[in-house]
Write a protein that binds this ligand. Structure first.
Ligand SMILES: [Zn+2]
Length: 224
């Protein structure tokens, strides 16, 4: 069944390189590591070379109206929303069959918010259609634990790259620490809480530990 799907799509594939083998990429980094800027740079390069690509992003805030991926350096591109229950294999397959074009590349921002099933579905898109799927995202949450999407990407990706950035002490950032309005480290709460520099700071593991000890001792003093 899968085989006939491939044959049908090859027959309508507009772009060249029929024997292209797609890959599933995971490019992870902490907050502020310019992941989105890299994604948008990649999109720009595809446009210059006339390549078919698609940007997608999990919707995490229902109030969000503009379907764009926007970088803090000011560039943006239109994207398709990924809803929590969306079957990405079915959605992308339907798009390919309706437009008669198989995308060379799919770029996904905030891929830590994908479900395990959605990552599996993307892997199938790669294997059945030869599309390259590049997932940009965070490795871990504010408590230093893997996100569901990130875990599955580590398990399945053909290619895994770390996008490095530097803590204020000079070491590599590892942790996306959550902070309150006074800059104290927050250790409890929901895994997903949308925010930028006001709510998160990327730290190396050592600074994260020191900042937690500092926050805990201030709280203790306050209650004494
Ligand atoms: Zn540090």
């Amino acid at each position: 069944m899968v085989g006939s799907g491939i044959l049908r799509i090859f027959a309508v594939r507009k772009t060249t390189s029929m024997n292209t083998t797609g890959k599933l990429y995971f490019r992870y980094g902490t907050m502020g590591s310019a992941k989105t800027a890299l994604l948008l740079t990649q999109a720009y390069n595809f446009e210059e070379r006339g390549m078919e690509y698609l940007c997608m992003k999990p919707i995490i805030d229902d109030r969000e109206k503009d379907n764009v991926i926007r970088s803090r350096i000011g560039i943006e591109r239109k994207c398709e929303w990924i809803y929590p229950e969306m079957d990405l294999y079915a959605t992308i397959k339907e798009l390919y069959e309706r437009t008669l074009v198989v995308k060379d590349w799919i770029l996904i921002d905030e891929s830590q918010f994908l479900s395990e099933s959605q990552v599996d579905q993307l892997a199938r898109i790669v294997d059945d259609y030869g599309t390259n799927v590049v997932c940009y995202g965070l490795r871990t949450d504010f408590q230093s634990h893997l996100f569901e999407g990130s875990r599955r990407l580590f398990e399945l990706a053909d290619s895994i790259d770390e996008i490095k950035s530097t803590c204020s002490c000079g070491r590599k950032t590892i942790i996306n620490a959550r902070i309150d309005s006074t800059g104290q480290i927050v250790t409890d709460g929901a895994q997903v809480e949308i925010g930028g520099d006001d709510k998160y700071v990327a730290l190396c593991r050592r600074c994260w530990r020191n900042r937690r000890i500092e926050s805990a001792s201030r709280n203790t003093i306050k209650f004494d």
